[in-house]
Ligand binder design. Sequence first.
Ligand code: GLN
Length: 193
Amino acid sequence: MVNVGVLALQGSVIEHVKILSGIEGVIPCEVRTVEELDKVSGLILPGGESTTIGKLLKDFEMAEPIKHRVKAGMPVWGTCAGMILMAKKIVDEDNTHLELMDITVRRNAYGSQLDSFSVSSNIPSVSDDSIPMVFIRAPWVECIGSDVEVLAELDGRIVAVKESNMLATSFHPELSANNAFHKYFVKMIENNR
Ligand code: GLN
């Protein structure tokens, strides 16, 4: 069995927990404290409001312990706001959060005209079947470092990336019935153990 954590300070926590609980061999764990972080072998940073989660990470003194675990190899996956938390740079903002991944993201990139939408796309490295992608005031990735692999693009914009033990998606796989991305992340954790 593998303990998969979901950072549970704000955002779409329950949705990730539900999808994880349907995957054989996985125990979903909500993570709010260092003690809870110590028990998991991988961590999901959910969607929500990156400014709020970033602030709570500091208030709960969780930013440094998470950075430490990820730098020591623990797999981490950020969805939407979670992707923003992981980015080393945010376009037009001085504020950054965990600064783990060599990506520059643009917040609310799909902003006002298209607040939320859903499309399906083939992401061959993740699944043989087409994957639904739900975007909610989503960021896109504007630049990547040389070690970052692009997993998915939408209309020429990068929306899913991987760098070593780190995965980030602009969209919300936990808001569809398809668990391919969660299985992909669990495989990253199993390969790491
Ligand atoms: N727009 C949010 C932010 O900037 C992210 C939205 C989401 O996670 N669905 O943090």
